[in-house]
Design a protein around this ligand. Structure first.
Ligand code: M6R
Length: 612
């Protein structure tokens, strides 16, 4: 939620700042702004709306300066207006602050600062930090890092903050608490950003920051301290993503590019996961046989699309490893009294690794003694760092707000965990595991096949663009797919969409069906309980009430009652979600394009939700 970037070095700062903001716009796009490190008084420009509004406002005659900070916002406190856009400055116009997160005690801070004569220009929580830092910098004889340390000690909430001062414009100071911040190490230049994507064109060397660490960068180096001022050793790592991953590569939208990257993402996530003794290789889980013997249950915590991957984890892990799995929305978890202890394994699934609801649930589980395993796509993000173990998905950067390739790789990752546990618990033989794994290895090719034949689906989708509501039906593993299809359509097409378990229809939702209501049914073929017939009865029930039914079914499956059938390749029932989700992603994508919506940056959303 909000993207922040800082640059100091020999280049004209405007270029890395604007490029960085463009790469971070997925994090929020209500408004954008920059502060350039001009001496005497900082150069500030900020505009409501997308980054392009800021770029237009900047014009040609910018001061040639070599440091600055930039921000792209997802509004929390104060509407998305020019005056609430970041940066926020002190009353002398010399100190600027950008912020990602929420300062919970800002009301009190603001009242104190106003009583000391500070004049506020915005409705934000952030502005109080600019005024506070201004006072504290004076108190510390012009030392902005010392001011930041003292300021942070009095702040409550979650935040990444960057600050710059006109008297020493080449120095930028940052701090993080529960929000992301990474440092990029260049040659004679340094960067800070919410995400490495912001500076990946300039350097592949990054430094991760821990909680409450204050970092100071200048062209000649970086220094990190804790809040007491004790120096800390930078933890450097190499960025493995290349910059082409953060570009559209000929596609009209990142989302479409990411949909088409799914075969590779799935293949990469499977790579090297079965050894020549037919054992699943997940050494990074650090689970011994003893750990497994003590294990009583698994709790999966996640939000949004990642939650749907968690639902599929339940089907696969219970089926293969014969251990009870509970799946819970992370945002609900800590507001009841969950029964977890040291015999519970918690799996926290998150693409970004920064989702605040998931992070807070994880902490709650950890405090109760559970062991935490993160499934994450973002290296060194907060959730993996706070977990006991992490299994990284290899989807590459996911820029579009709507999650696609991250979802498929999350499902693959939790399936691998299921197989690994089944082996460790001795409930599946190595040969059984191998035969399941062999099916998984076929999936990238099958996804490819679906993607090669999506044109008729795109055309079909356009025919439903005037519908007001779309319903999705699934059973068993098709149920999470139905929920995911509905979520994609809501967030991208801004249409009413709901996913139901087919059996629930008659308990209420069938009343929603009107003449012409589009219903998409995912047919669970080859399921051991013969669910396909039951789903086909559901299809007849909605058709009889006027619905226009699209069925997603595997090749060769007999389908009755449908107006349209979308075929997917044949696969065992447990793997059908990985295939059936793809046409639903394309359906939502095409619907958004047809309705003229912003596909990569849907309204009111942000990629990484770092507020509760
Ligand atoms: O980064 P995370 O996987 O933790 O994000 C969780 C949800 O916010 C995310 O999946 C969201 O629902 C997507 N925009 C859906 O496409």
């Amino acid at each position: 939620m909000c993207g922040i970037v800082g640059y100091t070095g020999p280049q004209s700062a405007i270029t890395p700042l604007i490029e960085g903001l463009r790469r971070l716009e997925y994090r929020g796009y209500d408004s954008a702004g920059i502060a350039l490190g001009t001496p005497d008084r900082l150069y500030i420009e900020k505009r409501a709306g997308k980054l392009v509004n800021l770029e237009n406002a900047l014009g040609e005659s910018l001061p040639e300066v070599h440091s600055g900070i930039g921000h792209t916002r997802w509004a929390t406190h104060g509407g998305p207006t020019d005056r609430n856009a970041h940066p926020h400055v002190d009353n002398e116009g010399k100190l600027a602050v950008i912020h990602n997160g929420i300062i919970e005690n800002y009301t009190q801070l603001r009242a104190d600062l106003e009583s000391r004569g500070h004049r506020f220009d915005s409705d934000t929580d952030t502005e109080s930090v600019a005024h506070l830092l201004s006072d504290l910098r004076k108190k510390h004889g012009g030392d902005l890092s010392a001011a930041m340390r003292e300021a942070v000690a009095s702040l409550r909430g979650s935040f990444t903050l960057l600050a710059i001062h006109a008297d020493q414009p080449e120095v930028i100071v940052g701090v993080r608490r529960n929000s992301p911040l990474v440092v990029g190490l260049g040659v004679g230049e340094n960067f800070m950003a919410s995400d490495v994507a912001a500076f990946i064109d300039y350097t592949k060397r990054a430094v991760e920051l821990g909680q409450d660490e204050v970092v100071t960068i200048s062209p000649s180096g970086i220094s990190i301290t804790n809040l007491d001022g004790a120096p800390l050793q930078p933890k450097e790592y190499a960025i493995t993503w290349d910059s082409s991953a953060a570009q559209k590569g000929g596609f009209n939208h990142f989302m479409l590019k990411e949909i088409f990257e799914q075969p590779k993402a799935v293949a990469d996530t499977l790579l090297g996961r079965l050894n020549d003794r037919n054992q699943i290789v997940l050494d990074e889980l650090h689970l011994t046989k003893e750990d497994i013997q003590g294990l009583k249950k698994i709790v999966v915590l996640a939000c949004g699309t990642a939650f749907h991957a968690g639902m599929l984890a339940k089907y696969a892990i219970e089926k293969w490893a014969k251990i009870s799995v509970e799946v819970e929305l992370a945002s609900e978890f800590r507001y009841r009294d969950p029964l977890i202890d040291s015999n519970t394994l918690v799996i926290a699934i998150s693409q970004s690794g920064e989702t605040m609801d998931t992070l807070m649930a994880l902490r709650h589980a950890k405090a109760s003694g559970a062991r935490i395993l993160a499934v994450c796509n973002t290296n060194s993000s907060t959730i993996p760092r706070e977990s006991d173990a992490v299994l990284y998905t290899h989807a590459g950067p996911e820029i579009a707000v709507a999650s696609t390739k991250a979802f498929l790789t999350q499902v693959i990752a939790v399936y691998l965990i299921g197989l690994h546990l089944a082996q460790l618990r001795g409930v599946m033989s190595d040969l059984e595991v191998k035969s399941v794994f062999d099916e998984m290895v076929e999936l990238p090719g099958k996804i490819e096949q679906i993607l090669e034949t999506v044109e008729p689906l795109r055309e079909l989708t356009r025919g439903f663009a005037q519908s007001t509501s779309v319903l999705f039906l699934g059973r068993n593993v098709g149920f999470p797919v139905a929920l995911e299809g509905a979520l994609k359509l809501k967030e991208l097409a801004y249409m009413h969409a709901e996913g139901f378990a087919g059996g629930e229809l008659k308990h209420g939702p069938i009343a929603l069906i009107e003449e012409g209501t589009p219903v998409i049914a995912i047919l669970p073929v080859g399921h051991e309980h013969g669910l396909d017939e039951k789903m086909l009865s559901n299809v007849q029930e909605v058709k009889a009430r006027g619905a226009k039914v699209i069925v997603i079914a595997q090749e060769g499956a007999e389908v009755t009652g449908a107006e349209h059938v979308i075929r997917i390749p044949i696969a065992p029932a447990i793997f059908q979600p990985i295939l059936a989700t793809v046409p639903l992603q394309v359906f939502a994508y095409e619907m958004a394009v047809t309705r003229g919506n912003d596909v990569d940056q849907p309204r009111n959303l942000a990629k990484s939700v770092t507020v509760e």
